[in-house]
Design a binder for this molecule. Structure first.
Ligand code: PMV
Length: 349
């Protein structure tokens, strides 16, 4: 039997969300992806999570979001803790007070699972290291990625800054289904990529991502999708190195539309697209045909992620304000960009 050292300690992490360009859609085994995915970390959309550990006869937790105890998240956290307990035994003998807050509003349409689960994983590993009496309590990032993955697949990619790949891919050494790794070879243009998010509809999704993933199990296009994602992964790794925006947009848009196409061709079929989403996509393509360096991506929802180089910032902002903001819910949009990885103990976000 392992002896679990009692600790009375706190760990606090600020962790970013990310935007996938090659999308993870569908799972196998325990939270392993059907296909490799590539994303970049966002700067503004972050979650701060403080975990206070108190010795207790039995493990347990109290979760609060933006200062209020939130029991509606307990099932998701409990499922994650069941995994975490196996790797981090101190959890069995401590009560954890988990306080979380997001920089982005809960109803903004931005998924907070990547930032929140990665912050939680990093904080728990730091406390685990303390319980082992380690001098250096900094979490190992691969371990944090593997643990975050068990809470939410996309969270595996949120433990690093910049560009990240998750999922075994033969063309990249060290890649794994168990954890994400950083993508090192990136042209300067893509190291400063901008991402403006058009909030077309902030309402909660009718079909969750978990349900969407599970509809891939028997999807008629399952194998073709895996092949497509591998092909896009290989091409995107080359494009990121070379810095070619036209090819980048081709992949990003094809991935976004394929993701929504997979939803439309699932059984049961569904769509999360809003009429204004389609209007925005048409306007973005028209602007590109007119010479603006701009393209789009989408998550599993109606909102549109605009992608463009830092050098086009001014022109793109005036295009958004003139043509796109009217399509947004209460003209709501968020300007974000690629950012650094998680940080420890920051007082204000
Ligand atoms: O991490 P999850 O289970 O919420 O799935 C995320 C799926 C997409 O955001 C649609 C794609 C991705 O790779 O992030």
């Amino acid at each position: 039997m392992t002896l679990i050292r009692e600790i009375r300690a706190e760990a606090e992490w600020v962790s970013p969300s990310n935007l996938a360009i090659v999308k993870y859609w569908g799972k196998k085994n325990i939270q392993e992806p059907l296909n490799p995915s590539i994303s970049f970390t966002l700067r503004q959309a972050v979650t701060r999570t403080r975990i206070k550990a108190e010795p207790a006869v039995e493990g347990g937790f109290t979760f609060s979001l933006n200062g209020k105890v939130k029991e509606s998240f307990n099932d998701k956290i409990e499922a994650f803790m069941l995994h975490a307990r196996r790797h981090l035994p101190f959890i069995r003998k401590h009560h954890l007070y988990i306080e979380s807050s997001n920089t982005f509003p809960h109803s903004s349409g931005i998924a907070s699972s990547a930032s929140s689960m990665s912050a939680l994983a990093l904080g728990l590993i730091e406390l685990h290291n303390l319980s082992l009496g380690k001098e250096d309590t900094q979490p190992d990032r691969m371990m944090a990625s593997g643990l975050a993955r068990l809470g939410s697949g996309s969270a595996a990619r949120s433990v690093y800054g910049g560009w990240t790949l998750w999922g075994r891919f033969e063309g990249l050494k060290g890649s794994s289904d168990m954890y994400a790794i950083p993508v090192e070879e990136v042209a300067d243009d893509f190291k400063t990529i901008r991402n403006a998010i058009l909030i077309i509809d902030p309402a909660k999704k009718k079909v969750s991502s978990s349900e969407g993933h599970s509809l891939m199990d028997f999807h008629p296009y399952r194998d073709a999708r895996i092949g497509q994602a591998k092909d896009h992964t290989e091409r995107l790794l080359g494009i990121l190195k070379d810095g070619d925006w036209d090819e980048f947009f081709e992949i990003a848009e094809n991935e976004a539309l394929s993701l929504h196409g997979l939803m439309m061709s699932s059984t049961p079929s569904y769509t999360l697209l809003h009429p204004n989403t389609i209007s925005a996509l048409a306007l973005i393509r028209e602007a590109r045909a007119g010479g603006l360096t701009i393209g789009f991506s989408m998550d599993a929802g109606p909102n549109v992620h605009l992608l463009y180089p830092a050098s086009e910032e001014e022109k793109v902002r005036s295009f958004i304000e003139k043509e796109l903001s009217a399509l947004c819910h209460e003209q709501k949009l968020i300007y974000d960009e690629i950012g650094p990885g998680p940080e420890r103990n920051i007082d204000e976000i």
